[in-house]
Design a protein around this ligand. Structure first.
Ligand SMILES: *Cc1c(COP(=O)(O)O)cnc(C)c1O
Length: 339
């Protein structure tokens, strides 16, 4: 698995830290928990999309693009980080936002909204939930072409085989760190959404024959819908890499039940997880992804899914700005629903 044959831009200096979560491990009385701080990746503030964009933007530049076009939910971290990469590269950026929760787009909104404006987005177009975002991005690209410009379309979440290479690189980084630290990880837990992060890790660890079990916590789908998506993406990534043994279907495992009532809407276990990590470890999670993914990890520890001797690594995928868009719920001033 030689990633050096793919063009790549670099947006982070060095590896992100892997830190022990001593207080959380003690409070839960289960296995030893660790955290991979991908919330400390580059690009204002970074997150998992930073790693994907290293490969996607390199591809855009190789194709002579002058504008990045992408889509996401109204508080999309992916859109923010794509815009940040565009700013760094001297490219323009057009964002297409999908209102998955009706009425949720607020042009004066906080969090990522504010950052879209601050970083000088060229345009924002808002579409109703369920709109065909790929077709809309293609129309945007055609409009640019008529002006003699060249757009590069990045799919939602940066999740295609090229973007997932960022998490193949992360898998290599984790194994190198594990060797340096003298810690053998028995299990990895990560949020699973548009799937590129989870799929890149599956393809990467599989390609290195690491035998590390990975559990994705669905942030928008239960296993019957999420796993086929991740599996397909992992297969495409392995094919792009030229890995010659097929990715086994059972390398893709997810848990459901933590994302309800709906993608991006809060629930009680998410609030508990965000508060626990803040109060015990001073680690900021976010309400849409890492709060729900951590709730999944906490839930699995409580169910006794791990041995007390296990070393379990949680991948923090970022999302900081959205934390500041949900202060009422996260402080407990506004009550939320189960689960
Ligand atoms: C996008 C995102 C995820 C989900 O990653 P996918 O590759 O889309 O599955 C997780 N955490 C954060 C903070 C994100 O922005």
């Amino acid at each position: 698995m030689d990633l050096s044959r793919f063009p790549r831009r670099r947006y982070t200096v060095g590896p992100t830290p892997i830190e022990p979560l001593h207080n959380l491990s003690k409070a839960l009385g289960g296995p030893s928990l660790w955290i991979k701080r991908d919330d400390q990746l580059g690009l204002f503030p970074g997150g998992n999309k930073t790693r994907k964009l290293e490969f996607l933007v390199a591809d855009a530049l190789a194709q002579g693009a002058d504008t990045l076009i992408t889509c996401g939910a109204v508080q999309s971290n992916h859109c923010r980080i794509t815009l940040a990469a565009a700013a760094k590269e001297g490219l323009k950026c057009r964002l297409l936002l999908e209102e998955r929760v009706p009425g949720s787009y607020n042009p004066k909104g906080n969090g990522n909204h504010f950052m879209f404006e601050l970083m000088g987005v060229e345009s924002i177009e808002v579409f109703p939930g369920g709109a065909d975002m790929m077709a809309a991005m293609q129309r945007t690209a055609e409009g640019l072409a008529r002006e003699g410009r060249k757009g590069y379309i990045i799919p939602g979440g940066g999740s295609n085989a090229i973007g997932a290479l960022g998490y193949v690189a992360c898998a290599q980084e984790i194994l190198a760190q594990s060797f340096e630290m003298g810690v053998h990880f028995d299990h990895l837990v990560v949020g699973s959404g548009s799937s590129g992060t989870h799929a890149g890790l599956v393809a990467g660890f599989h390609g290195m024959n690491a035998g590390l079990p990975i559990t994705g916590v669905g942030v928008s789908r239960d296993p019957e819908n999420q796993e086929p998506l991740v599996f397909k993406e992992a297969q495409a990534t392995a094919a792009l890499l030229g890995v010659n043994t097929p990715v086994p279907r059972d390398a893709v495992k997810t848990v459901g039940g933590y994302w309800q009532p709906k993608y991006s809407l809060p629930n009680r276990r998410m609030v508990e997880a965000v508060q626990m990590l803040a109060r015990l470890e001073a680690v900021p999670l976010d309400p849409t992804y890492t709060g729900k993914a951590m709730a999944g990890l906490i839930g699995m520890v409580r169910e006794g899914r791990f041995k007390s001797s296990d070393q379990v690594l949680f991948v923090h995928t970022g999302g900081l700005p959205a934390l500041f868009a949900e202060t009422e719920v996260l402080t407990g001033r506004t009550p939320v629903v189960d689960p």
